[in-house]
Design a protein around this ligand. Structure first.
Ligand code: NDP
Ligand code: 2IT
Length: 448
């Protein structure tokens, strides 16, 4: 990726001051690579260290999370919350529980979240949190005690007008419930707007669970429509089999597509008859088991491949929906060779820079995560709106709003790309449109 000579020193500084934070460097480099055209047109954006300030989190919190496992042993994990930018609203972004979590990963996610949230057009700033806790194989009691300990420190940094977490990898409705329960005990406030992704009876929003996957599918549908095309009859491959992947598959099937494969971190399954989503839901949402179970239970027409790359499975549409850097340059070359026409990132930064470059050079319709997966956080903002007004909307009402928001994000990325001389480049469009909104807001707030 080429970077403007005025922006290179900013990137050099970020790399120097955040040593070893590889994913954070990658996310900053990707955004800065898009901004050369903006400062050429509007040089004042490079004044007053505005871009440097946007690359520096407002606040970073790191804390000890002690808890007792089922054997009575004391365990220690590390908790994080990076409150990245509150120019547009309270910090907003998910919490990730995964053994790989470190400060660099949370910072990359918080940085991406800032622009993503700006793209939604809703009043939310950017933040992200998590822990290196590994939920795999832990009992329900252990998960609850961990969530309670995590919230026992985090609660003092949150609030419906301050910072509003939600789920991410390893954090779903169950974990949000335990964290909300502990927050409520510690504060003696039924402050529903402090967390999103809650159960309906705690003030959760209908369609929040489905929102990220549905939203990503709406975004890809809008891209296909620009070419007079649709999902109908298309073969799709969706990596992962968690929250985002499951509801991406559900919407693609509703739109007439066929899912060829999905995965977890151990391997992937292929089903020539199209993935049976009810079975995937049973395995993942109910039994919390491995995806390899699918081939065992389903039998004919399906098989499981341990390890390997899911991107070897030929498809028209690829939706990486598991984790960062899961789709490499080699995978992109395979997908292009096999005739892929559209790629939509359900996960955050799932394609490596080399993969993104190849997709753009091959003129593949490519939707970057900060635009394509913004439906989750946008629906979180709708949940906050319902909590603030003590209202509950129907599924249809909420999904209708989500669909409109995704259309508007698509159009603003497409129009921005066009305005800056790169029609069809949604990466540039998303980075510039998100940046301009954050920059304008920060500038108007004085030196903050
Ligand atoms: P889940 O925990 O529900 O599912 C994650 C899925 O990805 C699982 O199948 C998991 O497999 C797989 N996975 C996780 N880590 C790895 C890894 N290191 N290598 C290979 N596979 C892996 O998480 P979500 O579906 O919520 O999140 C998926 C992605 O979407 C993340 O990038 C997240 O940041 C992003 N996202 C999530 C949103 C949300 O609302 N939940 C909103 C926007 C983006 P296994 O079970 O084996 O670990
Ligand atoms: O990456 C993301 O956008 C999320 N994990 C959802 C954040 C949210 O606050 O709903």
């Amino acid at each position: 990726m080429n970077i403007d000579e005025k922006l290179q020193p900013i990137l050099d500084d970020v790399i120097r001051r955040n040593a070893g934070e590889r994913e954070f460097h990658q996310a900053v480099e990707e955004v800065l690579s898009s901004l050369g055209r903006v400062i050429a047109k509007r040089p004042y954006y490079a004044d007053n260290a505005l871009i440097e300030r946007i690359c520096e989190p407002e606040r970073q919190i790191i804390f000890r999370v002690p808890w007792v496992d089922d054997k009575g042993q004391v365990q220690i994990n590390r908790g994080f919350r990076v409150q990245f930018n509150s120019a547009l609203g309270p910090y907003k972004g998910g919490i990730r529980f995964h053994p790989s979590v470190n400060v660099g990963i949370i910072k990359f996610l918080g940085f991406e979240q800032t622009f993503k949230n700006a793209l939604t057009g809703m009043p939310i700033g950017g933040g992200k949190g998590g822990s290196d806790f590994n939920p795999r194989g832990r009992s329900d009691g252990e998960i609850m005690r961990f969530c309670q300990s995590f919230m026992s420190e985090l609660f003092r940094h949150l609030g419906e007008y301050t910072d509003v977490p939600a789920g991410d990898i390893g954090v779903g409705g169950r974990e949000i419930g335990y964290m909300f329960g502990q927050y409520k005990r510690l504060t003696n406030r039924y402050e529903a707007g402090v967390l999103t992704g809650k159960a309906l009876f705690h003030g959760g929003s209908r369609a929040r669970k489905e929102a990220t996957g549905y939203g990503a599918t709406y975004f890809v549908q809008s891209m296909l429509q620009t070419k007079g095309d649709s999902f109908d009859g298309k073969k799709a491959v969706v990596s992962g089999s968690g929250n985002v992947a499951i509801y991406t598959m559900e919407k693609i099937i509703e739109f007439g597509g066929k899912i060829m494969a999905c995965s977890d971190s151990n391997g992937y399954i292929v089903d020539e008859n199209g993935i049976d989503l009810d079975l995937v839901k049973e395995i993942k949402e109910v039994r919390r088991a491995r995806i390899s179970e699918y081939a065992r239970l389903k039998g004919t027409g399906s098989h499981y491949i341990e390890g390997g790359s899911i991107w070897d499975v030929p498809c028209d549409v690829a939706m990486p929906s598991a984790t960062q850097n899961e789709l490499t340059g080699k995978d992109a070359a395979t997908l292009i060779k096999n005739g892929v026409i559209a790629v939509g990132e359900g996960a955050n930064m799932p394609s490596t820079p080399d993969a993104v470059r190849q997709f753009l050079e091959a003129n593949i319709l490519f939707a970057p995560g900060k635009a394509a997966n913004a439906g989750g956080v946008a629906t979180s903002a709708l949940e906050m709106q319902q909590n603030a007004s003590r209202d509950f909307w129907s599924f249809e009402e909420t999904e209708g709003r989500l669909a409109k928001i995704m259309r508007s994000i698509h159009d603003s990325c497409a129009e921005t790309a066009e305005e800056y001389g790169a029609p069809g480049n949604y990466v540039l469009g998303a980075n510039i449109a998100g940046f301009v909104r954050v920059a304008e807001s920060m500038d108007a707030l004085g030196v903050i």
